[in-house]
Design a protein around this ligand. Sequence first.
Ligand SMILES: [Ca+2]
Length: 133
Amino acid sequence: MRKTLIIAVLLLIVLPTLGACAKASGVQITYIFYDGLVPRAESDEYVEITNLGDQAQDLAHWMLMDISEGYPSFTFPAYILAPGETIRVYTNECHPEWGGFSFEYGRAIWNNSEPDVAVLYNNQGEEVSQRSY
Ligand SMILES: [Ca+2]
């Protein structure tokens, strides 16, 4: 009985802390379109980033990188990502309707046969999200 009470009290202390941690990383890499339709250069590849949290997030100085190769990387300008909003970082195309972000990279970035890993870092250089495909 006493043990149960202690466990219950511990859970009450620990659970809200876990919830807070999960909420802090509301911006996530949600999709990687790795197999571009444009022959060879695959300039239409993109990485989709969504704000799954409930607070707007300024992406200034946040960075997206292919960590499998260590390059290329894209550093965001100031941009307020609203809750529920999705943007895309294209390999080498500009689509204003998705935020207009591009690596401006002349070759395909995301390997079609051996999956790469994309990582998103915040302006402190801390990993916020990681995704493969
Ligand atoms: Ca590709």
